[in-house]
Write a protein that binds this ligand. Structure first.
Ligand code: C5P
Length: 305
């Protein structure tokens, strides 16, 4: 049996970093959104007494999350099968688009479905969390609120099918370095106290307004922009160029380096994307949780979480 499964990218529509926690991770408030840009991920699956796991990838990725995810789920569910994964990367790496995390989550959704084994939500989420902070979101998709490390997720109402342009100029930003560049001191107290963290109030306003006002009327923010734009001024100019082309708003996603702009129509997004060097800009649209679940049902006969 061979199936092609979804493995989409994400944007952070808003991302606030409150401070560094005692476990070394940073405490976040973020809004995740799946988009139509995706890798081509195909899985060959055959039950067998001689299990094996093989990956063909269009690029060499050290410590590939897709293999680690597949190994983990096979072990946890005691699946005995010959599994052949083929991965053609389209989502730029080191870009804040969650490409590797998405590939990993796709394994956690696909393999149990192909083996016809149930995988309780709590266990899938716990396993995803051990793989990386962005992995759990891709079990859910659509529009979601991420708090804590970004792994504690709550579904938000689906947004309209906004058009966007995602620009990646090839700059690779290390997530760990981007967090270090924020230079935050440890926080131990009053994590959820709005007087101590005024950004909680601002973020809450964004979350409540998300479905009531067009995105261009919200004060969307990414706390990584300041340090990352300071090290890579060309990213700030990409954000300005997107705005000149009509994007409202334009923001960086995750810890960068991809920058995106929201457009009012897919035509405008395509015209804007054509103003960037070939291969660096992608015209995309938001993918709702309902559509995400449908894509999964079509691929493996089971929806995402
Ligand atoms: O969880 P993940 O492996 O994707 O995180 C990569 C790095 O980013 C971590 O090692 C940590 O340095 C940083 N990080 C953080 N706080 C988060 C998520 C990631 O400090 N909430």
């Amino acid at each position: 049996m061979q199936v092609t499964v979804p493995s989409l990218a994400k944007l952070n529509l808003d991302l606030r970093v409150l401070g560094k926690r005692s476990d070394g991770y940073h405490e976040l408030r973020t809004i995740f959104q799946t988009i139509s840009l995706g890798d081509r991920l195909t899985i060959g699956f055959e039950s067998s007494k001689n299990p094996s796991l093989h990956l063909d990838s269009s690029i060499d990725i050290p410590d590939n999350l897709v293999l680690r995810a597949a190994e983990l789920v096979v072990e946890k569910l005691k699946i005995r099968a010959r599994i052949r994964i083929s991965l053609k990367k389209k989502i730029p790496m080191g870009a804040g688009l969650g490409g590797g995390s998405s590939n990993a989550a796709s394994m956690l959704l696909a393999i149990p479905a192909l083996a016809d084994k149930p995988f309780p939500i709590a266990e899938a989420l716990a396993m995803a969390t051990t793989l990386g902070s962005d992995v759990p979101f891709f079990l859910l998709g659509g529009t979601a609120l991420g708090i804590g490390r970004g792994t504690e997720l709550y579904p938000l109402s689906d947004l309209p099918r906004y058009s966007a342009v995602v620009v990646h100029s090839g700059i690779h930003v290390s997530t760990a370095e981007a967090y270090r560049a924020l230079g935050y001191e440890s926080i131990t107290n009053a994590l959820t106290s709005p007087p101590e963290f005024p950004m909680l109030g601002e973020f809450q306003t964004v979350a409540w307004s998300l479905n009531r006002s067009p995105l261009d009327q919200l004060s969307l923010k990414n706390d990584f922009e300041e340090p990352v734009f300071a090290s890579h001024p060309q990213l700030a100019s990409t954000a300005r160029k997107l705005r000149r082309l009509g994007a409202r708003p334009s923001l960086m996603t995750g810890s960068g380096s991809a920058v995106f702009g929201i457009f009012t129509s897919s035509q405008e997004a395509s015209v804007a994307a054509a103003q960037f060097p070939p291969g660096t800009a992608h015209a995309v649209h938001f993918v709702s949780r309902k559509q995400y679940a449908k894509l999964w049902t079509r691929a493996v006969g089971r929806p995402s979480l």
